[in-house]
Design a protein around this ligand. Structure first.
Ligand code: UN1
Length: 508
């Protein structure tokens, strides 16, 4: 593995990018320290919000909603259209913040901002297509139909690894749906959130939309508790770990709030004997080692037919040795840092447990560049050959570890594939149409995303994004995901001048 590193302070770049996006200088101080995973250095301080601030944000968002819901949906779409223009203009500013604050390589950081622009496009179109159905009524002189109405305040909780795109998936749709949004980003991602929020606020102002429709709260879980408990928050949309989902879900359910969860994945690919191995190799390398293994769609398990396992694994190990690890903004770097020390320790603990469970580390796993950057955690992506799908393989470790297992028949492979608690993304590499169709069928992959000849990560915004089982069941982004941000009313209209009751019931 090649290692690249150049020492230079990022604080100046970060300040310039924030200012360019419209964040004001007075926000650059406060109690919360923002460090970069790239070097470990302190980038800036910002002020966090109290519980009272969060309550106020909900109040303001709710007030704004009461005006916003009456604005025609295609007019609401104009705010999102303007936001997309500003995101396009500031794509490299925002991407440089994603790189500095989260550690993504430049092309992936830009890709994340592109996802924001794409979902805005999608949502603007959707603003003219909030379709309800009309159904034939069983009664003469009656019309039966449904109408989709704005829902209310949406609480949006996002994770560090995609600090801006999932916020945009939710917000672009929520805004055209007529909702207002209170955003609680992860602590890592605060600066990205400030910039994103400033751009959206500008779009809101440019279009003359109500000022309070987009609220940002920089708050720890305790201060942001009202987002879960306040009845005015009609929908809580949360991305994060399964542990987090398990904690917040009952609280929102207890007050009958709506919840949209996008939690952990433990994504696998099957590689069958007919697969194009070179294509599979590239798909696997990006999905498993890209983003330093820190996507919820990262490929964590590889289930390979025994007849091609040796050849594929040998190629993969060779490819892993060529991966350039280093500062994510440097040209040619493919693997940036892990987010923090804890993440590095979790990776080491997982590797140790894998060895205990009979695993053999074929490549990677070591920390690099610790001398230059004792407070940054760069690791070599690892491939571990496992004798079976043991306990550690069933766990999501948010780091670049790919566990490899072999299979002999497809049913057995699918069984292994589905035998983990998570159900986000999956893939099969094959040139055999029957195998591909079986994998996509009811008895195939049990995930929310099932791909053929593509890795598990890097989904387009046009499809619904999310998964089953411990992934939480939510769907965001494309397809008909907009519906969760709206409430449906069924309307029966009687123009018959009589009052026939349904089901033939007779009454006075
Ligand atoms: C996430 O990791 O939380 O499919 C989202 C992908 C991206 C989104 C990942 N479009 O990998």
């Amino acid at each position: 593995m090649t290692i690249q590193l150049q020492d230079q302070t990022m604080t100046t770049t970060v300040r310039e990018a924030l200012l360019a996006c419209g964040v004001s200088e007075h926000q650059f101080h406060g109690d919360r320290e923002i460090h970069s995973p790239v070097t470990g250095e302190l980038l800036l301080n910002v002020q966090s919000h109290t519980r009272a601030d969060v309550e106020q944000a909900i109040t303001d968002a709710h007030d704004a909603f009461l005006t916003w819901r009456d604005v025609p949906a295609p007019v609401r779409g104009q705010v999102v259209k303007r936001w997309a223009e500003l995101l396009t203009e500031h794509k490299s500013d925002l991407a440089s913040l994603v790189t500095a604050e989260v550690g993504k390589i430049t092309s992936e950081a830009e890709g994340e901002v592109q996802e924001m622009i794409d979902i805005c496009d999608f949502a603007v179109g959707q603003s003219r297509m909030l379709y309800g159905k009309t159904m034939p009524s069983e009664r003469p002189g009656h019309r039966l139909m449904e109408t989709w109405h704005p829902l209310g305040v949406v609480g949006c909780i996002t994770a560090f690894n995609f600090p801006v795109a999932p916020y945009a998936w939710n917000t672009a749709l929520a805004l055209v749906a007529g909702d207002s949004v209170v955003w609680k980003p992860s602590a890592v991602g605060t600066l990205c959130a400030l910039a994103t929020q400033a751009l959206l606020s500008r779009a809101v102002a440019d279009c003359g939309a109500p000022e309070g429709i987009n609220q940002l709260v920089i708050a720890d879980p305790e201060a942001s508790a009202p987002l879960l408990d306040d009845k005015r928050v009609a929908l809580v949309s949360a991305t994060g770990s399964t542990r987090m989902g398990r904690e917040i879900s009952p609280r929102v359910a207890q007050r009958f709030g709506r919840i949209l969860l996008e939690l952990g994945g433990n994504n696998a690919a099957l590689v069958t004997p007919s697969a194009d191995l070179d294509l599979a190799l590239r798909g696997i390398a990006f999905a498993a080692a890209g983003t330093a293994g820190q996507r919820c769609t990262t490929m964590r398990r590889l289930i390979v037919h025994e007849s091609v396992a040796d050849e594929l694994v040998e190629k993969l190990v060779a490819a892993y040795r060529t991966l350039t690890i280093g500062k994510p903004s440097d040209e040619g770097v493919l693997v940036g840092p892990l987010v923090n020390r804890r993440s590095y320790e979790d990776m080491q603990a997982a590797l140790a447990q894998a060895k205990d469970e009979g695993g053999q580390v074929l490549v990677g796993g070591n920390r690099v560049m610790a001398d230059e950057y004792p407070d940054a955690y760069y690791v070599e992506p690892a491939i571990v050959k496992m004798p079976a799908q043991s306990a550690i393989v069933e766990d999501e470790t948010f780091a670049p570890i790919l566990y490899v297992m072999t299979y002999t028949d497809l049913d057995e492979a699918i069984q292994l594939h589905n035998a983990v608690p998570q159900g986000l993304s999956s893939a099969i590499f094959t040139s055999d149409q029957t195998e591909a169709e079986i994998f996509l069928s009811a008895r195939g992959s049990d995930c929310g995303i099932a791909n053929v000849n593509i890795g598990t990560s890097g989904a387009e915004i046009g499809g619904a994004f999310g998964g089953e089982k411990e992934t939480g069941g939510g769907r965001e982004s494309g397809s008909d995901a907009w519906k969760i941000y709206m409430r449906r009313a069924t309307n029966t209209i009687n123009y018959s001048g009589e009052l026939p009751l349904a089901q033939g019931v007779e009454f006075i």
